[in-house]
Design a protein around this ligand. Structure first.
Ligand code: NAD
Length: 375
């Protein structure tokens, strides 16, 4: 199988990831090595439900600070994780994290349009940044985030958790090692039926995902990005042609500011074609399929927090049927440990700012192709 430069860099990254955990754990075993101190920015569904429990069981990291606009909620979380006094900041005090040596890095789990501001402020405070996907809501903001992190000499990683999941890594390995022949086509989709409100910590709140100022767009930025990113890491190629479509079907008030559905097709340099879709109007869209000249790989579900399921039919006749055995929050622990490893070893994370920027540029192309405003 012919490998591109990008293949090699990805394979290198995979090897780095494979070696990251033992290395990080080994450092943690030394009693003189302190743990990587995490400051959580935004106490919402992903941070409280997944990332914080992930760090809590990490052997290389620990929670050291919280940034929240809700003091009571933050105090409860701080007590739950035995955080030290003075560990809670509100958004107006954010820049004071610079003076807290217990904070090595921040995890940004805010609405999409706030990622750029808090990444840049964290970089100025000298803190490394793990930022949730989508990286931001515009190409320009992504560039500013990369620049700020470079200028202040801090690492920037985008939290593409699937790229750290064992089954996704296995699918990449099967493809790279030629076990399904040449990739001809990929199909992938991720979406859900969004509700106008949600309950967080006992309080019913409006869903910011439906507010363009906070979300930057519809399901493409939120969940379609998983299918887009998967098409890129499965092929290890960058698309050379891309066409997008969008629609709103439900006139029930949810889609006044954003689209409900997106679909897009991509052509890669090898000739592989990818067909993807996303929705905020239906449940059950959560898979990828890779069709090779000598076999197939399917993951369904593919992008959940838990219970992913890989099936493959390989060129040598072997069948794989592998449901995930590891459970949430393992991928979040892996991600946090890998980031700490990158910081400690001065390595560029495999899902760095450039990776987030590439997706943002492609999503912008999908939007313009579908007749919407560029990002
Ligand atoms: P959420 O609404 O549950 O949490 C957002 C947090 O931001 C809340 O604590 C909220 O109080 C705070 N916030 C601060 N200013 C706000 C404002 N002006 N409006 C609304 N909230 C404000 O959101 P979430 O689902 O946790 O998503 C947060 C980020 O994480 C998003 O960028 C999302 O794309 C990403 N995410 C990633 C994954 C993943 O698997 N990697 C999963 C879900 C969400």
């Amino acid at each position: 199988m012919k490998l591109t430069r990008r293949d090699f860099s990805r394979l290198g990254s995979m090897a780095a990831l494979a070696s990251a955990l033992p290395a990080a754990k080994a450092q943690n075993h030394s009693s003189s090595q302190r743990k990587f101190g995490w400051c959580i920015v935004g106490l919402g569904r992903i941070s409280m439900g997944h990332f914080m429990p992930g760090v809590d069981v990490s052997r290389t990291g620990k929670l050291t600070a919280l940034v929240s606009g809700h003091h009571e909620k933050a105090s409860r979380q701080a007590a739950m994780y035995n955080l030290p006094g003075g560990a809670i900041y509100d958004y107006t005090e954010f820049d004071e994290i610079a003076r807290n040596p217990a904070i090595d890095g921040v995890y940004i789990a805010l609405p999409n349009s706030m990622h750029a501001e808090y990444t840049i402020r964290a970089a100025k405070a000298g803190k490394h940044v793990l930022c949730e996907k989508p990286m931001a809501t515009s190409v320009e903001d992504c560039r500013k985030m990369i620049e700020a992190c470079q200028k202040h000499n801090v690492r920037l990683m985008i939290a593409y958790r699937c790229q750290y999941n064992t089954l996704h890594l296995k699918a990449m390995h099967l493809i790279r090692s030629g076990q399904i022949g040449k990739v001809q086509g990929i199909e992938s989709a991720f979406g859900f039926n969004i509700q106008p409100t949600f309950v967080l910590d006992g309080v019913r709140l409006p869903e910011w995902r439906l507010d363009r100022k906070l979300s930057g767009g519809g399901p493409l930025l939120d969940v379609g990005i998983y299918a887009l990113n998967a098409s890129r890491y499965l092929t290890a190629e960058e698309p050379v042609e891309i066409r997008g479509y969008s629609s709103v079907i439900d006139q029930d008030g949810r889609f006044k500011q954003i689209e409900e559905n997106d679909a897009w097709n991509m052509r890669f340099p090898s000739g592989a074609l990818s067909s993807c879709s996303t929705t905020y109007g239906a449940n059950g869209m959560n898979f990828f399929r890779v069709y090779g000249s000598k076999g197939t790989i399917e993951m369904n579900p593919a992008f959940s927090y838990d219970g992913m399921h890989l099936k493959a039919q390989l060129a040598n006749g072997q069948r794989i049927d592998e449901p995930e055995v590891r459970r949430d929050p393992v991928d979040f622990t892996t991600q946090a440990d890998y980031f700490a490893h990158c910081v400690w070893n001065r390595e560029e994370p495999k899902t760095d700012g450039q990776e987030g920027l590439r997706d943002m540029m492609l999503m912008s192309q999908i939007y313009t192709s579908a007749g919407m405003k560029a990002l």
